[in-house]
Design a protein around this ligand. Structure first.
Ligand code: SF4
Ligand code: SF4
Length: 414
């Protein structure tokens, strides 16, 4: 349900889970435990990055998104395709074929998220000129924003306090749909076609922006198979595309930075690389960079787990498509210039999920207990106890989640 703060985008199918611990070892926020042969997710730590879905060879982890047929609940249907969608098709030389295909699937209007991205690129350039705290960290990847909120609290003030391209596209698309259809807003359904679970998570919960900007979030992988058929019958596509190189460039790592038009930027992708960069910023080791673009998925949004294609192939295809496109199609006279249109109106809150206790005194006592326990553990981080590291195991013991005896290799007292 949209606006549900408890919404979770990754689910476990216990019947399929073999307890192999692969997902637990890969989760960047230690959000997984494997107990009694089955994985469980500590949802307050989950950032929706999808690493566990990538790691599970048994398809026991899956992303949650809205069913395609939800679009039929609305009289007028609007599709918001992410730019990564264009990289999924073999031999595509014109993105208008994809946009026409979406109309054939039953949508009445298509509004590209890449258009929203171009507007944000423009707004970011102005924001950077205002001398904000450096480096400014992009807020476009919701998994990275969540990571900062739960693990790098001090860096929240470096985040670009701007809504996502899909939020901008959704607001403008709904206004346009009301104008063109003459229908009241509640009869209009706006649907994002997402490359990753983190964006499903962000839109359902409302990260930075209101949660009701879209009426549903569909998976790129599901729409892809429907589109394959629909696109076959597109012979002479109309020039529907409204984005340029800047907008579709956001599909892969470095694209957003290129749109900011600054030389001293840093772009990293893959959640472990993002964590290394955030640690270095926190330790003030990165000081000569103005803008930092971080994408939790390998290669950027083209690497999201709801895509079909290998991220490197998708990136190459998008690069080829860019050849025949203008730099940007932003007609700045027709788009909103007010600052408030772009800035967060729903300030994301820091979540101290790694604190051992809300009471500082009790937390210090627990920390001491953790250190004592750790001294008797083999520090192998083997995962046999069902926790991702010996430290995580000691914390679980101190928090009463698991008995000390769950580690068979610990030094026995007495
Ligand atoms: S990777 Fe995780 S969810 Fe998949 S089988 Fe192994 S323990 Fe279970
Ligand atoms: S989606 Fe990412 S953060 Fe959430 S449980 Fe899976 S690996 Fe961990």
């Amino acid at each position: 349900m949209l606006g549900d703060k408890e919404f979770h985008t990754v689910r476990l199918d216990s019947d399929r889970c073999k307890g192999c611990i692969n997902c637990m070892k890969r989760c960047p926020t230690e959000a997984i435990r494997v107990r009694n042969g089955k994985a469980t997710i500590l949802y307050d730590r989950c950032i929706g990055c999808g690493e566990c879905i990538r790691a599970c060879a048994h398809q026991a982890k899956r992303a949650v998104y809205d069913p395609f047929d939800l679009i039929h609940d609305y009289e007028y249907k609007v599709a918001l395709p992410a730019p990564s969608l264009y990289g999924q098709f073999h031999n595509l030389d014109d993105i208008n074929v994809v946009l026409e295909g979406l109309l054939k699937l039953g949508f009445d209007m298509v509004y590209e998220v890449a258009q929203g991205a171009e507007l944000i690129s423009d707004f970011t350039r102005k924001y950077m000129a205002g001398n904000p705290k450096k480096p400014v960290i992009s807020s476009a990847c919701p998994a990275v924003v969540e990571l900062i909120l739960i693990r790098f609290h001090r860096l929240k003030e470096n985040l670009l306090p701007v809504i996502a391209p899909v939020d901008v596209a959704a607001k403008l698309a709904r206004e346009k749909a009301v104008r063109e259809s003459g229908l009241p807003p509640e009869k209009i359904g706006v649907f994002f076609i997402s490359p990753c679970p983190a964006k499903v998570f962000a839109l359902h919960r409302g990260l930075g922006a209101d949660a009701n900007l879209v009426d549903g979030v569909l998976a790129e992988s599901e729409v892809y198979f429907r589109l394959l058929d629909a696109m076959k019958s597109v012979k002479n596509p109309r020039p529907l595309a409204q984005c340029g190189i800047v907008g579709i460039g956001w599909a892969s790592s470095g694209g957003e930075s290129a749109g900011v038009l600054r030389d001293n930027y840093l772009a990293a992708d893959g959640v472990e690389n993002c964590i290394s960069v955030l640690e270095e910023i926190e330790d003030e080791k990165i000081q000569d960079v103005d803008f930092v673009e971080l994408n939790a998925c390998p290669g950027g949004c083209v690497g999201g787990v709801l895509n079909i294609e290998n991220p490197f192939v998708a990136k190459a295809r998008i690069q080829a498509l860019r050849k025949y496109m203008p730099v940007s199609k932003n007609n700045l006279k027709e788009v909103p210039h007010e600052k408030d249109f772009y800035l967060w109106n729903n300030d994301p809150e820091i979540m101290p999920v790694f604190k051992l206790d809300q009471n500082m005194f009790v937390a210090l006592q627990k920390m001491q207990k953790v250190e004592e326990l750790l001294a008797g553990l083999p520090r192998l981080d083997c995962g046999a106890c069902g926790a991702p590291s010996c430290r995580a195991f000691a914390e679980d013991v101190v928090n009463g989640l698991v008995p000390e005896s769950a580690c068979e290799r610990r030094e026995k007292k007495g």
